[in-house]
Design a protein around this ligand. Structure first.
Ligand SMILES: [Zn+2]
Length: 273
């Protein structure tokens, strides 16, 4: 917060037109968290500046804080992610994840892990694989679970959220509001306290655990059943609604899917493949 000029590595999260000729950007930096700044003339004339401020790259920026606004004065591209830029599905996936990250982080929230996570995520999506909407929903959910963990909203998938004992297979329910699994002992002890806990299948819990803990490349391995993926996506959405500071009605997968039908169709194709 104390800087007046900042030269830093950054990943641009969002950019929108601002007034007649400018653009407003947000970017994540390793040491200064999220910053927002103005690109003067970025919509005309100084196209070079704008071209380097595209979101699928790591850039070096210099920004200056003035009386009225913070402005970018230089940009240099360090690394571009060509595979992301060239694939519409991957662009959609990354755009959705970047705007998700932007929406749920506040400026000057300092968290170096968040930057490292984003870098890992970009490197992964840029690697060689083709992404189906089903797989995109799964891996985007995984990114969301990790982001939530970095922001301090970790979901409890191994121990009971009440008694902290390890939950046994087939003897638990799910409580989105309290953020995790509750064991059958606690359920029967105070049923009135847990009335909104609902059943969750073992397979879905396993999928959630895997999505949160596995290395990104391993997320391409499991076959995804339509029912499990559907339950998984709803749970991740509920967690975001309950536990992230910014509420959103739009499900996280909306950006990568045209509609539900397509999602289910794809799941069935993957299943039979
Ligand atoms: Zn318990």
């Amino acid at each position: 917060m104390s800087w007046s000029t900042l030269k830093t590595e950054a990943i641009v999260l969002t950019s929108e037109p601002f007034r007649e000729a400018d653009r407003m950007y947000t970017a994540l930096t390793p040491d200064n968290g999220k910053v927002s700044f103005l690109g003067r003339g970025a919509r005309k004339g100084k196209a070079k500046l704008a071209a380097h401020l595209e979101p699928f790259a790591i850039v070096d920026i210099e920004i200056v804080r003035g009386k009225r606004s913070t402005t970018v004065i230089s940009v240099e591209r360090i690394k571009g992610f060509a595979n992301i830029r060239e694939s519409l599905d991957k662009r959609l996936l990354i755009q959705t994840s970047l705007s998700l990250l932007n929406k749920h982080t506040r400026e000057h929230d300092y968290d170096p892990c968040l930057y490292a996570e984003l870098l890992d995520w970009l490197e992964f999506v840029d690697s060689q694989f083709s992404v189906t909407p089903v797989r995109a929903t799964f891996i985007l959910g995984s990114f969301a679970l990790r982001i939530m963990r970095h922001l301090g909203y970790d979901v409890q998938l191994n121990d009971c959220i009440q008694c902290k004992q390890k939950v046994m297979p087939l003897s638990f329910r799910w409580h989105a509001d309290k953020g995790g699994l509750v064991c059958s002992d606690c359920l029967s002890e105070k049923p009135e306290e847990w009335f909104s806990a609902r059943p969750i299948r073992e397979e879905v819990v396993k999928l959630l655990r895997f999505a949160r803990g596995a290395g990104y490349p391993d997320l391409l391995k499991p076959s995804l059943l339509a029912d499990d993926l559907d339950a998984y996506a709803r749970i991740v959405h509920d967690l975001m609604v309950f536990h992230l500071p910014v509420d959103s009605d739009v499900p996280f997968w909306a950006g990568v899917l045209e509609d539900k039908e397509r999602q289910l169709e794809q799941a069935n194709t993957e299943q039979s493949a």
